[in-house]
Design a protein around this ligand. Sequence first.
Ligand code: GDP
Ligand code: MN
Length: 385
Amino acid sequence: MHIHEYQAKDLFRQFNIQTPRGVLIHNTDMAFDACDVLGGEVWVVKAQVHAGGRGKSGGVILCHSIKAVEAACRKLLGSRIITEQTGPKGLPIKQVLVEEGQNIENELYLSLLIDRQIQKITILAATEGGMDIEQMAAQMPNKIIKFSIDPLGALNEDDCSKIATQLQLKKPLFTQFTTILLGLYKIFVQKDASLIEINPLIITQGQLIALDAKIDFDDNALFRHEDISKLRDNSQEDEKAIQACKYQLSYLSLDGTIGCMVNGAGLAMATMDLIKYYGSSAANFLDVGGSTTAQSVAKAFELIQTEANVRGILINIFGGIVRCDLIAKGILQALEKVGLSLPVVVRLEGTNATQGLELLDKSGFNIHPESDLNKATIKIVTLAK
Ligand code: GDP
Ligand code: MN
């Protein structure tokens, strides 16, 4: 799960990581008071969306007067922003963060993530902040400082000093840097984050300040973090993914023509490969999970049918824990509810597969039952042409 910059900065402050002072506003009328509260003569207006790359796309505006702050708010609030991280549809800007402007002396890069290859929380740091890390990794990989944390130990002050030295920080900044890094590590572990990024971490007047903040959380651990779950902003998420999440389905829109409904992520990927192999491509990834119910199958049908590019649906269920006859009943209930306008091929295999296929065959709906996955795939690819 992603959260907004202002939410990440709130969390940073709770862990003694310094950020610029800021006020979150959702309409331009609030801009004057925000500037008044913050004081000073320079402010930054920052679009709050779940994506980076805002600076390059006009979503971060440096202002030298209250009038300019108001103009920036008017421009951003209620509009959509497209950055290199949002996709072509962009994201809606419902809130902006007005911050006291900082005088940047130096920009650094600092992040924590999980290196899956070595199965460790890993710190990435660089003396060159501001630009995106993928670009840096491609252009100057030797500039990236990498430090992996022993999962049986913890990050200690010596480790932090080592990294501070590599970042060529001046000695007086070491204590601050240690506070920041230990704070980030605590957030990462205590809150089950999957990524924390400060880009840039700036040096200004002898201070280290997190000018930007990004935190992603592990969805699978959200159940034990009520405080974090509350930070979810549905306006920033794909409507279909939200619906799917409600019914415990994993759903991802793709741009092919065959809608897929499969139980198990591995089987879903194999199914998509096979569709590709037979000359077509999947319109979505959908894992209905192990504890499939008639209700979730119905929801899955609805989601697939809302994709404009779908020309046919392939259902591929392996009945291990779930019984195929129950799935068949769920499919029929779903069809009665949402109707059927597209060709559907259903492949059932496993527990009670024969009974399931028989139910579908006798149903009167235009469904093509099939027990062989190859044949099922060829059939749906042909029907969807
Ligand atoms: P991102 O583009 O979405 O990653 O947004 P950032 O929060 O990183 O802001 C983009 C860029 O705007 C930063 O890299 C800075 O160069 C600039 N910027 C942001 N805040 C300030 C500020 O207070 N003062 C100055 N001078 N520049 C800022
Ligand atoms: Mn940034």
